[in-house]
Write a protein that binds this ligand. Structure first.
Ligand code: TYD
Length: 137
């Protein structure tokens, strides 16, 4: 199991297979993850310095990887505690539990890969920051 604590966002370091003569493979298998993958999506051709996200999820768990380029993810929990994570290598991932507000800044030529615990469901999103802040009440 690559992950220790499902309650808090944190960096996961995936093993690298290979060497610098041929390059590397990194893989994700359900048996090593904290959830069963039900969906994979990728975000690309996002212009430099664009910030995506601005939402939280009620149930969804995610593992996010910058397979190319760099993203900076700001995560806020329901108590208002903020953390910033830099993903700049294809063997590094960020685990995001439910109920965390995220802002994701893209650098040039970045591809964001997401392993998700659920299929897409718009009802799982909280897109209104005021509504998110009410989760603490
Ligand atoms: P969203 O999750 O808000 O993307 P981001 O956080 O990167 O800004 O999704 C953007 C749009 O794409 C939104 O209209 C929902 C749609 N979408 C799907 O239809 N299916 C999916 O699996 C995902 C991730 C998004």
């Amino acid at each position: 199991m690559l992950l220790m604590n499902k309650a808090i966002p944190h960096i996961i370091k995936f093993p690298k297979i290979g060497d610098n003569t041929l390059g590397y493979i990194t893989k994700a298998e359900n048996s090593e993850l904290p959830f069963q993958i039900k969906r994979v999506y990728w975000t690309y051709h996002t212009p430099k310095d664009v910030i995506r996200g601005h939402h939280s999820h009620k149930q969804l768990q995610q593992i996010i990887i910058a397979t190319s380029g760099t993203i900076i993810i700001e995560i806020e929990n329901i108590l208002g505690y903020k953390q910033e994570f830099i993903l700049d290598s294809p063997d590094i991932a960020l685990y995001i539990p439910p109920n965390h507000w995220r802002k994701i800044k893209f650098y040039e030529n970045t591809v964001l890969l997401c392993l998700a615990s659920e299929e897409y469901d718009e009802k799982d999103y909280i897109r209104d920051y005021t509504e998110f802040k009410k989760l603490d009440e």
